[in-house]
Design a protein around this ligand. Structure first.
Ligand SMILES: *[C@@H]1O[C@H](CO)[C@@H](O)[C@H](O)[C@H]1NC(C)=O
Ligand SMILES: *[C@@H]1O[C@H](CO)[C@@H](O)[C@H](O)[C@H]1NC(C)=O
Ligand SMILES: *[C@@H]1O[C@H](CO)[C@@H](O)[C@H](O)[C@H]1NC(C)=O
Length: 550
């Protein structure tokens, strides 16, 4: 009897500690930190800039936010749908080092829009809804110490309305804007003499499920050959955007279930390695989503279980095939981010229903780390849970210090904070993956040089100096470069990670080392712009520095 009691007590303790679900990591499973209880708006779209500030915005057409505009300003916009005179902010600039924020002013509706940074680090935001659907908004990052910068808007900057479109930085410094609701086409920013128009993209017609679409916010990755890998619904093409030509058609993901909005899964281009070789390989991973029909089911109150599979494909292969793997949980509306050490974190979302207003259920609070280099069957590691559901309109981005910034969740038509299943969430959290645990601090490299904001040319050889408290494990050093993403609707646009060095490390003094790196040789591998550069040692990344590929 006493023995049974003891076993039961242990079992209860086990559940209380959160070890109740299969495959859960306890210590070593990452940590959550509440950064801000409220930033006054909901983090529906996020972009980290090279001054370590994050531009965040939600939308203007659904009522008053919880943050006033500065200096008693109000927007008086007769075209606005909800409140014509609105003295609240719908965008903020969040400063990572000081954990503080300030309101910014958007003039028109930025809801469900897209963006990318330019080679010199401006944020170009494109489109939105209503009066904002053809706007281009430029955010020029503030200089250090300044809080003067704000949005500038260009009316009719786009030729087509862009609502739920995807952007990608291009090797020549432009960006491409693909699709959006009822837009089966693409255009560029800025416009050039040889590409001034809108160009049709039949693939978006072919992947458009009647009424439900299932192909919005397509997953776009720049392939190493300069063509774009475009995934929508349940399949992908390799697309030559210069000649408007499909170069390759990839097979449908086995099972055929959709992975794009509103059956929202997510996708990353896996780390690019061996950049000096003639035939660089590239792989894409797509995870989660919702079975066909889930959106209609959710509309009638039936929340179908999300997909629990990922599909991985070598997009450079002459005969590419999807390989399907099973996640520890089913997930829809999860974000996927490349971590500095080349692993992928899958975070946020729910286990049932779909994207779209109030159509998601069963929040998934545990992130997963996916180790792309492990054998199939040993790639997923469940992490410690947050306590805050992050449903529709939630986001996550990588920060320079290796943490993941998490925010948003606004599955209601207004800023409803009570009386709804998932109240609008104004908080910001940070998830610290296990590599940030204090016990790894002696293994963590610290970069001495180059200095932050260094310009590096394509193909340039350079060295990175770092210190390390523990003995060097020379076979485990890597220099990586990560492009910061524009994240919204569970997709991180422009995200890519390149392994640019590590094999050649030498001692340079007590606890001091120097490692060789070679910047990618082509803009097809790394479009010019700002990247975070890390030194990784035994999977533990340094704090990043900013470098500008010019
Ligand atoms: C919004 O602001 C009001 C007034 O300042 C405050 O009482 C309320 O708690 C805030 N709501 C949230 C969710 O932060
Ligand atoms: C949500 O907020 C809007 C606007 O404030 C209000 O009209 C609506 O009744 C709210 N819904 C619920 C369920 O509280
Ligand atoms: C060096 O790292 C490798 C790979 O992680 C590991 O197998 C090996 O045990 C490490 N060696 C030492 C001395 O820590």
């Amino acid at each position: 009897m006493a023995q049974t009691m003891t076993v039961m007590l242990y079992y209860i303790l086990f559940l209380l500690l959160g070890f109740g679900t299969a495959n859960v990591a306890g210590a070593g499973g990452g940590k959550w930190q509440l950064l801000q209880k409220s930033i006054g708006i909901t983090a529906m779209h996020m972009q980290l800039l090279h001054n370590d500030r994050v531009v965040i915005f939600d939308r203007t057409d659904f009522g008053l936010s919880n943050l006033s505009l500065p200096n008693g300003q109000c927007r008086n916009n007769p075209k606005e749908l909800a409140v014509q005179v609105d003295c609240t902010a719908h965008s903020v600039e969040y400063d990572v080092p000081s954990n503080s924020f300030r309101p910014l002013v958007v003039q028109t509706d930025v809801w469900c829009s897209s963006g990318a940074t330019t080679p010199d680090g401006q944020l170009i935001q494109t489109g939105g809804f209503n009066d904002g659907e053809r706007r281009i908004r430029i955010f020029n990052p503030c200089n250090a110490g300044s809080t003067e910068c704000d949005w500038q808007e260009v009316d009719n900057g786009l030729l087509a309305r862009r609502w739920y479109a995807t952007n990608h930085r291009l090797p020549d410094g432009r960006q491409i804007i693909i699709g959006g609701r009822r837009q089966f086409n693409y255009e560029f920013y800025p416009k050039t003499a040889n590409a001034p128009n809108v160009y049709s993209l039949r693939f978006l017609v072919e992947t458009n499920d009647l009424k439900i679409e299932n192909n919005l916010y397509p997953f776009v990755h720049l392939n190493v050959d300069g063509n774009l890998f475009i995934f929508a619904n349940n399949r992908a093409i390799l697309f030559d955007y210069v000649n408007n030509k499909v170069v390759k058609t990839y097979p449908t993901i086995p099972g055929g279930d959709p992975r794009s909005y509103p059956s929202t899964g997510s996708s990353v281009l896996l780390p690019l390695r061996n950049l000096q070789s003639k035939a660089i390989e590239a792989e894409v991973l797509v995870c989660g989503g919702a079975p066909k029909g889930s959106y209609n089911q959710a509309m009638s109150g039936n929340f179908v279980g999300a997909l629990n599979t990922c599909a991985r494909i070598k997009i450079t292969d002459p005969n590419p095939q999807w390989i399907v793997e099973t996640m520890p949980q089913a997930r829809v509306m999860s974000d996927m981010l490349l971590l500095p050490n080349g692993n992928v974190v899958i975070i946020n979302g729910g286990a049932a229903g779909t994207a779209g207003w109030e159509y998601g259920r069963n929040p998934v609070l545990n992130p997963i780390i996916y180790r792309p280099d492990n054998p199939v069957g040993a790639r997923f590691e469940t992490q410690n849970p947050s306590s805050i559901p992050r449903m529709y309109h939630s986001t996550a981005i990588l920060l320079r210090d290796g943490r993941v910034l998490v925010g948003g969740s606004n599955p209601n038509i207004y800023y409803n904070f009570t009386g709804v299943l998932f109240p609008t969430e104004l908080s910001l959290e940070a998830f610290s993956p296990p590599y940030l645990d204090a016990q790894s601090s002696t293994l963590r490299p610290k970069i001495l040089s180059p200095s932050s904001q260094t310009k590096i040319a394509l193909g340039q050889r350079f060295t990175v100096q770092f210190t390390l408290a523990a003995a060097l494990n020379g076979s485990t050093v890597a220099v990586t470069m990560v492009a910061p993403s524009f994240t919204t609707h569970s997709f991180s646009m422009n995200q890519r990670l390149l392994v640019i060095g590590g094999s050649n490390v030498a001692a340079a003094g007590p606890s001091k080392y120097v490692v060789e790196a070679v910047a990618p040789r082509s803009g097809n591998l790394a479009p010019s712009g700002f990247y975070l550069l890390f030194v990784v040692h035994q999977e533990i990344p340094s704090e990043g520095i900013w470098v500008q590929i010019a």
